[in-house]
Design a protein around this ligand. Structure first.
Ligand SMILES: NC(=O)c1ccc[n+]([C@@H]2O[C@H](COP(=O)([O-])OP(=O)(O)OC[C@H]3O[C@@H](n4cnc5c(N)ncnc54)[C@H](OP(=O)(O)O)[C@@H]3O)[C@@H](O)[C@H]2O)c1
Length: 309
C-alpha cells in the first residue's frame, strides 16, 4: 500500500513532510523511484508523464495537485474507470483571488496607462471612477470564480458572472449558458476568465467574443491557454477593441521567447503563476481524501469525466 507522488511543479519533500505529519503510516514514493509498480494504490500528481498512471496495475484512485485536470483527461492512456479528484484547496483559492484583485485594480486604477505614461515621460492626471461603476464579469462561477467575486465585491466592484448552470450569488448578476453570454459580455468592462478547459470552452476567447465586449474592455485570463485564440487577442488589442490584457496561461508553456505577447505594450504576462497550493494547507485536503479512500468513504472533488471538469 503506497502513494506515488509525481509532479513537474511541486516540491516532493514539502508534500512528504506535510502528508507525513497527518498520515504517519503512509508510504510515499516519489517518481521516478517507484519501486514495484504493483505496490501503488494511490497517485498524487501534476502533469504526470503520459502512460505512467496506466503502468500501475493496482492503482485505485488519482488525486490531482491542480484544480484543472484537462491535461490529464487529454492523456489517452489515463485509466478510464478510476476516480480522478481535483484539488480544491483554500490556499489555491485565496492566491487566485489575490491575483484577480491585483489585476482588476490595475485596470480600474489605470495603472497600465500610468505605466505607459511613465515610459513616455508624460505627466497626465487620470482619476478613476468609483469601483461601483467598473463592471467586472467572471467567466466561470465555480470554486475560484465565486471566491474572486466575493473578494471583488468587498472592494465595491459591480459584478456579473457566467456559468453553465444558473447560479444565485449575493451581489452578482448571474448569467448562464450560451444564450445569455452576449448579455453578460455587453455589461463587462473587465473580463476575468476562470473556466475549465473543455471541448465547449476551447477557443472561447476569440474575435466574436471580444467584439461583444464594450470597446476598450480589459481581459484577465487565468483559465487555460487553449481557451484564448492568441491571434484574435492581438488583433483586438491592435484595433482598440480591447484596451489591455493580462495573461497567465498560454497555448505553449513556457511561452517561447519569440512569441509576440512578450513585447506587446498592452499585454502583461505571468508564467502560469496566478495561484498555487501551499502544501501546509493543501495537505489537509489531500490527507482527508486519502483517509476517505482507506476508510472506503466517498472521495471529495471527483471530476465528472463526461463534463470534463
Ligand atoms: N492560472 C492558474 O494558476 C490556475 C490555477 C487553478 C485553476 N485554474 C483554472 O481555473 C479553472 C476553474 O477552476 P475552479 O476550481 O473554479 O473550477 P470549478 O469549480 O469546476 O468551476 C468551473 C466553473 O466553470 C463553469 N463552466 C464550465 N464549463 C462551462 C461552459 N461550457 N459554459 C459556461 N460555464 C462553464 C462551471 O459552471 P457550472 O457551475 O454550471 O458547472 C463552473 O461555474 C480550472 O479548471 C483551471 O483551468 C488556473
Amino acid at each position: 500500500m503506497a502513494l506515488l507522488f509525481a509532479s513537474t511543479a511541486d516540491d516532493p519533500e514539502l508534500w512528504r513532510r506535510e502528508l507525513g505529519r497527518r498520515l504517519p503510516g503512509l508510504e510515499i514514493r516519489v517518481h521516478p523511484e517507484i519501486g514495484d509498480p504493483a505496490d501503488i494504490d494511490l497517485a498524487l500528481v501534476w502533469l504526470p508523464p503520459p502512460g505512467l498512471l496506466a503502468s500501475l496495475p493496482n492503482l485505485k484512485a488519482i488525486l490531482s495537485l491542480g484544480a484543472g485536470v484537462d491535461a490529464m483527461l487529454d492523456d489517452p492512456t489515463l485509466p478510464a474507470d478510476l476516480p480522478l479528484c481535483r484539488l480544491v484547496d483554500p490556499s489555491l483559492t485565496a492566491t487566485m483571488s489575490e491575483y484577480v484583485l491585483l489585476h482588476v485594480l490595475k485596470y480600474h486604477r489605470m495603472q497600465d496607462l500610468f505605466a505607459r505614461d511613465q515610459r513616455e515621460r508624460r505627466w497626465q492626471l487620470r482619476l478613476p471612477a468609483p469601483a461601483s461603476s467598473t463592471r467586472v464579469g467572471i467567466l466561470g462561477l465555480g470554486v475560484l470564480g465565486t471566491d474572486a467575486a466575493r473578494v471583488l465585491a468587498g472592494h465595491g466592484f459591480s459584478l456579473r458572472g457566467w456559468s453553465r448552470s444558473q447560479k444565485q450569488l449575493d451581489g452578482v448578476a448571474c448569467f448562464a449558458g450560451p444564450a445569455q453570454l452576449p448579455a453578460f459580455l455587453a455589461q463587462t468592462d473587465i473580463l476575468v476568465c476562470l473556466l475549465p478547459l473543455t471541448a465547449e470552452t476551447t477557443g472561447i476567447l476569440d474575435r466574436d467574443l471580444f467584439a461583444r465586449l464594450p470597446k476598450g474592455a480589459r481581459l484577465v485570463h487565468v483559465g487555460r491557454g487553449a481557451q484564448l485564440v492568441e491571434e484574435d487577442l492581438l488583433d483586438a488589442l491592435d484595433r482598440g477593441q480591447l484596451g489591455g490584457a493580462t495573461v497567465d496561461v498560454f497555448v505553449q508553456e513556457p511561452l517561447p521567447p519569440e512569441h509576440p505577447f512578450w513585447a506587446h505594450p498592452a499585454i502583461d504576462i505571468t508564467p502560469h503563476a496566478a495561484s498555487y497550493s501551499d502544501p501546509a494547507v493543501g495537505a489537509d485536503v489531500i490527507a482527508e481524501n486519502i483517509r476517505r479512500f482507506f476508510d472506503g468513504r466517498p472521495l471529495q472533488h471527483v471530476v465528472d469525466r463526461a463534463r470534463g471538469y
